[in-house]
Design a protein around this ligand. Structure first.
Ligand code: GDP
Ligand code: MG
Length: 395
């Protein structure tokens, strides 16, 4: 991982996606090799990356390798998965949310089924920026590279990405891994790729700058003062006396934060990551419920209806034996709350077999805040049977 001196740089999450054997892991190894020469990474061999540790996230097993490296501009956390199914679970469960993705396509094959599926999934989970790395350029003629580039730009446009302006780099991960400085496809291509990552994938809005959200864990009354809600600020900065909305369970209450306490001491403001008590003006304790959200006024809204991507756990992952059909009703869990929900598969006559994923419509029995990228799970009798991610709030 990068040395401490670069930890104050802006941070960005990326990953390699694309069809099996197109060179994702080789490219990831090459990036760490080249950055390690500059003291900006620890070299990880192909074998070290591919022997990805198992992650047990919400009842599903994902094999994913998270690799750290830096450029002169930013630090990166890079995800590479060994198998197609791992990508699907990783992206849908939000196990590592990518700010942008490097789509690897072998020039020898062009786009393949998993190239399309990963791109569709990237769109569904809200990844906006794609950089194309046309790999194995050492094996084909110039004209083939040009044709693959045209094909990839058209495909990006078809899937709703910016096919015209997305960077496309031709290279050879294998030559780069061998530290080839002669060929334009070797080290030079990796340097170009990282340059494009720095400039084309925007730094995610810094947590402390965004409008604040505070998921509520607990609430109590301070006699003579009022209601205090307790939780860990997930995003943004709460400043004393700022206006706020208290949202969830059908309620949208206007309030303001008249005091903020950290470890029972009053502070003028508190930042993302801090555990706080917030004294709310004009709110009765009976109106507050664990799972509600306190947020900057007007920054979020409640709804019954959402769209998302969902993965149905297979039987070996502790999931269902039977397929899931539309009009499925179960308890939905997200952040600190759970409410009954109805799941409809899109299109509604479709069904999901255990181990499959698809688009779903979520109808919550009570209006809650769910933002794009927010993860949820569905449980039956205490066992997780599905994991998903919200892509859109519907009116
Ligand atoms: P992944 O499944 O997408 O992670 O692909 P791998 O990185 O495992 O690569 C699949 C195969 O393609 C391996 O045998 C690599 O050595 C080979 N490979 C990867 N990149 C290149 C390249 O640029 N040129 C050539 N000739 N072979 C490559
Ligand atoms: Mg691989």
């Amino acid at each position: 991982s990068p040395s401490p001196s670069v930890r104050d740089r802006a941070h960005c999450n990326v990953g390699t996606i694309g069809h099996v054997d197109h060179g994702k892991t080789t490219l990831t190894a090459a990036i760490t090799k080249i950055q390690s020469k500059k003291g900006l990474a620890e070299f990880l061999s192909y074998e070290q990356i591919d022997r990805a540790p198992e992650e047990k996230a919400r009842g599903i097993t994902i094999n994913a390798c998270h690799i750290g490296y830096a450029t002169n501009e930013r630090t990166y956390a890079h995800t590479d998965c060994p198998g197609h199914a791992d990508y699907i679970k990783n992206m849908i469960s939000g196990a590592s949310q990518m700010d942008g993705a490097i789509l690897v396509v072998a020039a020898t094959d062009g786009q393949m089924p998993q190239t399309r599926e990963h791109l569709l999934l990237a769109k569904q989970v809200g990844i906006q920026r794609i950089i194309v790395f046309i790999n194995k350029a050492d094996l084909v003629d110039e004209e083939v590279l040009e044709l693959v580039e045209i094909e990839m730009r058209e495909m990006l446009t078809d899937f709703g990405f910016d096919g015209v302006n997305s960077p496309v780099i031709c290279g050879s991960a294998l030559l780069a891994l061998r530290e080839d400085n002669e060929s334009p496809f070797g080290v030079k291509a990796i340097e170009e790729l990282l340059k494009q990552c720095d400039s084309y994938i925007p730094t995610p809005q810094r947590d402390i700058v965004a409008p604040f959200i505070l998921p509520i864990d607990n609430a109590f009354t301070v006699p003579g003062r009022g209601t205090v809600v307790v939780g860990t600020i997930k995003r943004g900065t709460i400043v004393r006396n700022s206006d706020a909305d208290l949202l969830g369970f059908n309620q949208n209450l206007k309030t303001s934060v008249s005091d903020i306490q950290i470890f029972r001491k009053s502070v003028p403001q508190a930042l993302a990551g801090e555990n706080v008590g917030a004294l709310l003006r004009g709110i009765k304790i009976s109106a507050v419920e664990r799972g509600m959200l306190l947020c900057a006024t007007g920054s979020e809204d409640i709804s019954n209806h959402f769209e998302g991507s969902m993965y149905l756990l297979s039987r070996s992952e502790g999931g269902r034996v039977k397929p899931m059909l539309s009009k499925y009703i179960q308890q939905l869990f997200s952040m600190t709350w759970n409410v009954p929900a109805r799941i409809d598969i899109v299109p509604s006559e479709a069904m999901l077999m255990p181990g499959e994923h698809g688009q779903v419509r979520v109808t919550l029995l009570r209006k809650m805040v769910m933002t794009p990228g927010q993860a949820f799970t569905i449980r039956e009798n205490g066992a997780t049977v599905a994991t998903g991610m919200i892509t859109q709030r519907l009116p």
